[in-house]
Design a protein around this ligand. Sequence first.
Ligand SMILES: CC(C)(COP(=O)(O)OP(=O)(O)OC[C@H]1O[C@@H](n2cnc3c(N)ncnc32)[C@H](O)[C@@H]1OP(=O)(O)O)[C@@H](O)C(=O)NCCC(=O)NCCS
Length: 406
Amino acid sequence: MEIDVRGFTGEPRQFLEAGELAFGDRAHDDDVPAFESLFEPDRAIGAYDGDRLVGTAGIFSFDLTIPGGVMPSAGVTLVGVHPTHRRRGILRRMMRAQLDHVHERGEATAILWASEGSIYQRFGYGLGTMLTRLSIERDRSALRRPLEPSGIVRFVDVADAKRVLPPVYDAVAPTRPGFFARTPAFWDADIFRDPEHWRRGAGPAFYVVHEADGQVDGYARYRIRESSDQDGPRRIVILTEKLATNPIADLELWQFLVGIDLVSSIDAWNVAPDDPILLNALEPRRLGMGLADAVWLRVVDVAAALTQRRYAADGRLVLDVTDEFCPWNAGRWALAVEGGMPIVEQATDAPDLACDITDIGAAYLGGIGFTALADAARVRELQPGAALRADVLFRTPRPPWCPKVF
Ligand SMILES: CC(C)(COP(=O)(O)OP(=O)(O)OC[C@H]1O[C@@H](n2cnc3c(N)ncnc32)[C@H](O)[C@@H]1OP(=O)(O)O)[C@@H](O)C(=O)NCCC(=O)NCCS
């Protein structure tokens, strides 16, 4: 039977169940209310085999921090096709419908976390942010200089966490591209819920805050997992989120985490690529560091996207852009920045750089430079020094980072 890809009409539970099935899981009853609180039915796409829902693609309407401001961005979520129907082009058709919808709505970018990095470049997504993984051996975790505590670290219960964590997040979010604004519903559904099936064998979530002069300026959320090997029981701290508005609070949270007794290692699968621990560990090699792709970013409207961000210097750059999946972006675009403010127009003069839309997605938040893209044989320099000129424009003080999968 012909598969129909169209706007989803049905109950949120049905969408969640179909999506979870694609990921090899079952929707849990207690996830349904949380999902309902976030679900945007008018932005959900379904693939139907008759009246059976066999594919899903959803969107959260985010406000994304970008260099110099905030932009509405489509947060792509719960993309899946049932194992009975895969490799017949259903994802491709859902991506087509979804990106057309995002374009019509006037959002200049779409972002997502990929279950497998190999899936989304073909649809024009670039490597927008990276993450750092850590697995810190606790007995080799000393800081280069022990900190004189300037504040206190204390546990808070969920009710208190609801009050004191969001302001910390809201203070940090504008300072780093890649963060999206969290609504109260998002906090409740994704951070403050702690169902058993999310723990993957670990214990319940703990919340600690750092407080200085009576002000909470940082927090960490973590669990403890117990396992055993030939040496006996092992306890691991699984850090799920840590944010602070200043480096001292951040380091004091680290000092607390590596100081928890009866623990052999502290594992964090997603910290910022420039987390302060990296420059403060006495033995950086013992941090068990790894780098991985995180948020993939699709520039949906190149002129609007380049106009919405701000730049680190003035200058002019002509980009020759290819975009197979969204051909309205293809062509020559001049970016002229004066006083940090851009004007973007179609151009007829000689281009400086030839790049694919995936490359602009990688450079957009300031994560990957044009020199790196040229060195990787992705971007082609058509005028000598053009990649460096582009780097000077697109540079951001901090690498982009997104603390949470959505
Ligand atoms: C990933 C998934 C959505 C693909 O759906 P699908 O309908 O089988 O994909 P399509 O048939 O439309 O394939 C589109 C293209 O992507 C490629 N592709 C699809 N899944 C891929 C994968 N897992 N890895 C690499 N390439 C993949 C196909 O080869 C095809 O390439 P082509 O267009 O160049 O020929 C589906 O396998 C799935 O639901 N997986 C489990 C859940 C998941 O990982 N979802 C993604 C969440 S981010």
